[in-house]
Write a protein that binds this ligand. Structure first.
Ligand SMILES: [Zn+2]
Length: 325
């Protein structure tokens, strides 16, 4: 019997030990080579793009001859103003990539011996950089679509007489969201978050190319897609797959998302749901490449991603906000 790819030695090309053993100097050199790979690893100014830069003598910094801007290997990237050693950041990326169903911030903080808050923001910066892979992308060809409801759990009251019917909208907390997936058979996956499946249809029209064949389940709101696409429906109360109609690829993405939610993070808060969905989408799309390649893709994405508006100074802003209230 053929061996499963993930069990083969080809799937294991990165060892955490080799990253952990890097000196600060080696980690910087590795990041530099990836960040400026378009210029043979030679630095250029992140502010004005000038190629004429000189290195400072005693510090790992460069100065631009054009605009005098002083910069380090991470200036202008998502890891700008870091306090962690670069080696620890690379280690975090390697650990992050190795988790098939994600890696929790608490676990990462234990791995790196850093604060939970540091690990939380670091993991989200990696997620943001990875999400770039799908930015502005559309799907085409044979596309499976489906939605998966996440969050908004209402705990039943202790005593029977106090319990409410949680199926009624008035007894729900309004926090439930649906992750929508559009997945090409033999291709890429796109995700986004919506309030209901019904409300996701306009976005879907934007992101599925005309001429595609759409595979969907029996839910009536998908009828709206018939006017635009050739649509094949599968009624899940009768079969999971009939002729070539099925949404099993979409379901297998949700399987990974559910495992991440329940098994790794235990709870995913609404405002971050899209980030976790995008992470699982990246893992699903890159599941058949070695962990060394995944690590390089992630370091490359982070090195080329600009400073994050959402995650830069995240906790400082939270403290300021709380003080102002
Ligand atoms: Zn410059």
């Amino acid at each position: 019997m053929a061996q499963h790819f993930l069990l083969s030695s080809k799937a294991r090309t990165l060892s955490l030990a080799s990253v952990a053993r890097m000196s600060d100097e080696e980690a910087r050199a590795a990041f530099q080579a990836i960040r400026w790979s378009d210029n043979d690893g030679k630095p250029h100014c992140p502010k004005c793009g000038c190629l004429n830069v000189w290195g400072c003598r005693n510090r790992p910094l460069w100065q631009c001859k054009g605009c005098d801007h002083q910069f380090s290997v991470t200036s202008g990237t998502i890891f700008a103003n870091r306090k962690l050693a670069l080696r620890d950041i690379l280690l975090a990326i390697a650990i992050f990539c190795n988790g098939a169903k994600g890696h929790s911030a608490l676990q990462l903080s234990r791995d790196l011996d850093c604060q939970y808050k540091t690990a939380f923001v670091l993991a989200h910066k990696i997620r943001e950089a990875l999400a770039d892979e799908d930015k502005g992308n559309t799907v085409s060809g044979e596309v499976e679509i489906d939605g998966c409801y996440v969050g908004g759990y209402v705990k039943p009251a202790n005593h029977k007489e106090n319990r409410r019917d949680r199926r009624l909208v008035k007894n729900q907390n309004g926090k439930r969201r649906v992750v929508i997936v559009m997945r090409e058979r033999q291709g890429k996956t796109l995700t986004f978050v919506s309030k209901t499946e019904d409300a996701s249809v306009p976005t879907m029209r934007d992101r599925i190319e005309p001429g595609s064949t759409v595979y969907a389940d029996e839910a009536s709101h998908w009828d709206q897609l018939h006017a635009r696409y050739l649509t094949k429906r599968i009624n899940h109360s009768q079969a999971y797959s009939a002729d070539d109609a099925c949404t099993n690829m979409a379901e297998s993405f949700f399987s990974r998302l559910r495992r991440a939610e329940i098994g790794t993070h235990h709870h995913i808060s609404g405002p971050y749901l899209a980030a976790y969905a995008a992470e699982m989408d990246w893992r699903e799309d890159n599941r058949r490449i070695s962990n060394g390649e995944q690590y390089l893709i992630a370091v490359n994405a982070a090195a080329k991603h600009p400073i994050s508006a959402q995650w830069k100074g995240y906790w400082q802003r939270r403290v300021q906000k709380e003080a102002a209230e």
